[in-house]
Design a protein around this ligand. Sequence first.
Ligand SMILES: Cc1cc2nc3c(=O)[nH]c(=O)nc-3n(C[C@H](O)[C@H](O)[C@H](O)COP(=O)(O)OP(=O)(O)OC[C@H]3O[C@@H](n4cnc5c(N)ncnc54)[C@H](O)[C@@H]3O)c2cc1C
Length: 415
Amino acid sequence: MQPTIDDEEDDSRADLSGEIRLPATLEGAGPLPARAEIAIVGGGVMGLSIAYHLARRGLTDVIVIERGYLAEGASGRNGGGVRQQWSTEINIRLMQESVELCRRFAVDLGVNVWFRQGGYLFLARNAKEVARLEKNIDLQNRFGVHTRMLDPAQARDIVPELDLTGIVGASYNPSDGILFPWPFLWGYARQAAAHGVRIFTQTPVGTIEPMAGGGYLVKTPRGAVAARRLINATGAWSPQLAAMIGVDVPTHPIRHEICSSEPLKPFLKPMVSELSSGLYCSQSMRGEIVGGVTVPGHGSTYGMGSTLEFLATYARRLVRLMPILGEVKILRQWAGPYDQSPDGNPILGAPADHPDFFLACGFVGHGFMMAPIVGKLYAEWLTGEPPHEIFSRYTLRRFHDGSGASAPKEDFNIG
Ligand SMILES: Cc1cc2nc3c(=O)[nH]c(=O)nc-3n(C[C@H](O)[C@H](O)[C@H](O)COP(=O)(O)OP(=O)(O)OC[C@H]3O[C@@H](n4cnc5c(N)ncnc54)[C@H](O)[C@@H]3O)c2cc1C
């Protein structure tokens, strides 16, 4: 299904003959401009966030090149969870800022993204998981995130429908939340376009050639653009794009499945996540229970098919946790790719031998929530501010020269 840009705009409807009709401010047709200061490849949340923030800072000679429709990749297929419960200082601080940007999104960009801060409740089934949560809470509290440890009864005060059998503790941060991913992208796209950024959909990048004197010639079926700087924001496809100029990006795609139920009367406030199984679920503003579970063994694949194994595993775990959901009907099931990096942290900045080729990939299962702040920090750097420490810590180099320690070990890559 192709998302439309806005229900209220007739000219945003998908044209089933193959070309997406976009609002006048976006471009789905016509040739690429001959030149651009920055070409961003990838019309997911990361590319669009960077484009928007660049435009806000006055750098508008920017084009976004997306091979399909906006939100075609992981950005249109995810759970919309936004949390500050992390295990490293850098990710906690980044996510504090990202939550603030999410909170202001509707006002700043004029689009309601249904951001709802109902908290995140992580459930532990053994002492080791409790110790892990306690350690993280200590750190989170030090940076002003008000996560607290709960005993099982307190967890049930927050979600009365929980079956506490086997639950020994929980962590809860009330200011974590969920959002509806699609309008988030539309907000960025529309505002970036309104500021002068040109966004081309249905435009696959086929080759990239380094140019004498710097920059890249980016070739597509709509023609070529000579870009002084190029940003690779192609998510799980980043290794393929980087390989076009001989750069080795060591991420791989892992299929993750997810599903959504019929709408129910609102009852579930937080995102609930069970550490042992990787089960997570939340209730959308429309009432659907949206959730997933880790099903190991899918291997590295771009396949986005759905499996009965996922559905059965999810149903068993969900009903064990909330028996009240036993009769609920699942209406939709889909999948998307995690862009899995070797250490679970993102890969940012430019390789030494390609200083004009910037990476924004390796975000695993948390790229949506990080996109607001990463886009902002990238834009600050590319418009002349000193680079934020994420660009010296989350380098590609760390995988090639043994400087892996520059990226602190994040062990809370879940839910
Ligand atoms: C099931 C699931 C649940 C998730 N849940 C969450 C969550 O709760 N919270 C969270 O923060 N994150 C979550 N994530 C992760 C999150 O969705 C991603 O990290 C994020 O969307 C990545 O955004 P992106 O823009 O980097 O990549 P994408 O959204 O994948 O965008 C990359 C784009 O590049 C385009 N592209 C690729 N190759 C080319 C080419 N050659 N030329 C032109 N364009 C190209 C693709 O078509 C695609 O649109 C989840 C992911 C999945 C799959």
